[in-house]
Design a protein around this ligand. Structure first.
Ligand SMILES: [Zn+2]
Length: 378
């Protein structure tokens, strides 16, 4: 099969997605709509014509200035578009041409294209999260949520109609499915209790002060990070109990000798990957906050690794979790010099970009990592 037409198509698609990501990067942190109003010059308010909006080329054609008032347009726009185009082409090359992903290559584009679409959505989401986190030290939850929702809609549906896609989806066996189901039930109960105000909300200082003019317990009611994450521990008790119960129940289910994955196991594998990814970062957040007495890792990071786990599977989420700190350390050293890092003078560093970078690395090294660790199927 000839790959050139597809590579060109995916590159153009990537540039267009990059154009959309520019809108995401500027509007989502402010909670603005992505659809309205259409993009216009921030100074003169003129709307951009379709030919000025063509990714990369529009900016080059205008030489980086507004057509009407000549105000400079940030070079970030064409850079994000070019980067998205290169990343999308790179993912296609990785899956079908590099030989690093035999799972995709052997099944072929015709059998795996829905998984490619979800992979590209994840990469796009990671790019947007990286830029926003590096600028504002936050990850809007709409980004991981959108990736997860898209994945949940596409992958299990595709697996139902195209069995050949299963090897490139996060398929898991019955024990993991039952563990995931138990956690989800526990999570739903905990969220219900939170909503009914039977569980305390963490980092909700303002509401706390309004509702309790005279705090009864000095430690727990003080707006103190350690006390706040203890509330999160309380919240996590139910999902944890659900996971243990589910595992106990699920490990009793004996799969047949020629283990055929359960019908719902792609969905189960996505939910399981989501939970493993989220749990890993949340555990670090709790332990780190308890140890250092200041809020460690945002909930945005929790949801970002959860999205990575949902799309790439639980094992890849574990790999990402252990590789990201090394990237973070390398990034901090490169940016500030080794002596300042060793002296602990670094500011709060955004963690999202390193999770995103590690996810792309693990996507490429998916097969290699399994060979190294001798893990074939879980
Ligand atoms: Zn203008």
């Amino acid at each position: 099969m000839t790959h050139w037409p597809w590579l060109i198509l995916i590159t153009v698609y990537g540039a267009c997605v990059g154009s959309f990501l520019n809108v995401v990067i500027h509007r989502v942190p402010q909670g603005r709509s992505l659809l309205r109003p259409p993009s216009s010059c921030p100074r003169c308010g003129h709307r951009l014509a379709w030919y000025d909006n063509v990714p990369v080329l529009g900016w080059l054609w205008l030489r980086g200035r507004c057509r009407y008032c000549r105000v400079p347009i940030s070079v970030q726009y064409p850079l994000i578009e070019a980067l998205a185009a290169a990343l999308f082409a790179g993912v296609y090359w990785l899956d079908y041409l590099s030989g690093w992903r035999k799972d995709f290559q052997q099944a072929g584009l015709g059998a795996t294209w829905p998984a490619l679409i979800v992979q590209l959505a994840l990469v796009g989401g990671l790019l947007a999260a990286t830029v926003i986190d590096a600028r504002l030290y936050l990850i809007p939850l709409r980004i991981p949520y959108t990736v997860i929702l898209l994945g949940l809609l596409i992958l299990p549906t595709a697996a139902a109609f195209m069995p050949a896609i299963r090897p490139v989806t996060p398929v898991v066996g019955p024990a993991a499915v039952a563990t995931a189901a138990g956690s989800v039930i526990g999570l739903a109960l905990a969220l219900l209790l939170l909503r009914m105000k039977l569980l305390p909300r963490s980092f909700d200082e303002l509401e706390h002060q309004l509702n309790q003019p005279e705090p009864p317990d000095a430690f727990l009611s003080h707006p103190h990070p350690r006390a706040e994450v203890l509330k999160e521990c309380l919240f996590l008790l139910l999902p944890l109990a659900g996971a243990l119960g589910g595992y106990w129940f699920g490990s009793g289910i004996v799969a047949g000798p020629a283990t055929e994955p359960l019908a719902g196991s792609v969905l189960g594998g996505m939910v399981f990957g989501y939970l493993v990814g989220g749990a890993l970062v949340w555990a670090v957040r709790i332990l780190g906050t308890l140890a250092f007495g200041r809020e460690a890792m945002g909930l945005g990071d929790v949801h970002l690794l959860a999205a990575i786990g949902a799309v790439m599977g639980w094992l890849d989420a574990v790999f990402v979790f252990f590789i990201a700190p090394f990237l973070g350390l390398a990034g901090a050293v490169a940016a500030k010099g080794i002596t300042r890092v060793l002296k602990g003078q670094e500011r709060v560093i955004p963690y999202g970009p390193y999770l995103a970078g590690a996810a792309v690395l693990v996507m490429a090294a998916h097969q290699l990592l399994r060979q190294i660790f001798g893990i074939l199927q879980v």
